[in-house]
Design a protein around this ligand. Structure first.
Ligand code: AKG
Ligand code: FE2
Length: 216
């Protein structure tokens, strides 16, 4: 068990019980996955000075996060989350997720199999999330993804979730629905979506929240 503990965290000595899934809830099968070769990599550094995000800023932000994990437990207590569900397969309920990962662990489900997303230095993984799939009337896909641990090194990931305000009404954008297409999702208030999603996350292999809003 000790080999599963994050090497980034000097003051965690055992895995908290709520992070240990019951045998029947654990992800089964082979967790090793081939690396996905189709993920487009866009070099923004030549375009608009990296959109203002320098390599140094990315490096510093990751370091601040690692420092956080090394803080005394009592200082971290107010930020502690009971939510250990994101390691299983899920889609993100947000609009977009920007993700920095230092060590391999992220996998996406594509064409019937899990594929690894390699960490690239100074790169963000941009994940299209549920709200964009709905607003685009299914033209953009929110991929199912999961995180696998390894036994040799700790992994830190830094996620920025772009979300609508809770009261926003979300629906497919009519301007981009062509005459031959019909509306694929019903409209709803974003906070209702989040409530259903929270319930679905407890059942990581269960139906995705997206399906609850599908019209056909
Ligand atoms: O740590 C990661 O790479 C992804 C975590 C994740 O999928 C999430 O928090 O939604
Ligand atoms: Fe996620």
């Amino acid at each position: 068990m000790s080999t599963l503990l994050s090497s980034c965290s000097r003051n965690v000595h055992s895995v908290p019980a709520n992070y240990v899934f019951a045998e029947d809830k654990r992800i089964g099968g082979d967790l090793a996955a081939p690396v996905c070769k189709d993920i487009p990599v866009i070099d923004l550094s030549q375009l608009v000075i990296n959109h203002g995000v320098s390599e140094e800023l990315m490096h510093d932000t990751m370091n601040v996060l690692k420092e956080f994990f090394n803080m005394p437990a009592e200082d971290k207590a107010m930020y502690y989350s009971e939510d250990a569900t994101k390691a299983g397969g899920h889609t993100d309920a947000t609009v977009l997720t920007l993700l920095q990962q230092d060590v391999y662990g992220l996998q996406i489900f594509k064409d019937g199999q899990w594929l690894g997303v390699e960490p690239l230095p100074h790169a963000f993984v941009i994940n299209i999330s549920d709200q964009l799939e709905i607003i685009s009337n299914g033209k953009l896909k929110s991929p199912r993804h999961r995180v696998v641990a390894n036994t040799s090194s700790g992994r830190t990931s830094l996620l920025t979730h772009i979300t609508p305000s809770l009261e926003s009404i979300i629906e497919p954008e009519k301007m981009i629905i062509s005459a031959s297409e019909s509306q694929m999702f019903k409209s709803y208030r974003f906070k209702e979506y989040l409530e259903i999603d929270a319930a679905n996350l407890c059942n990581p292999e269960g139906p995705s929240t997206l399906k609850a809003y599908k019209l056909y």
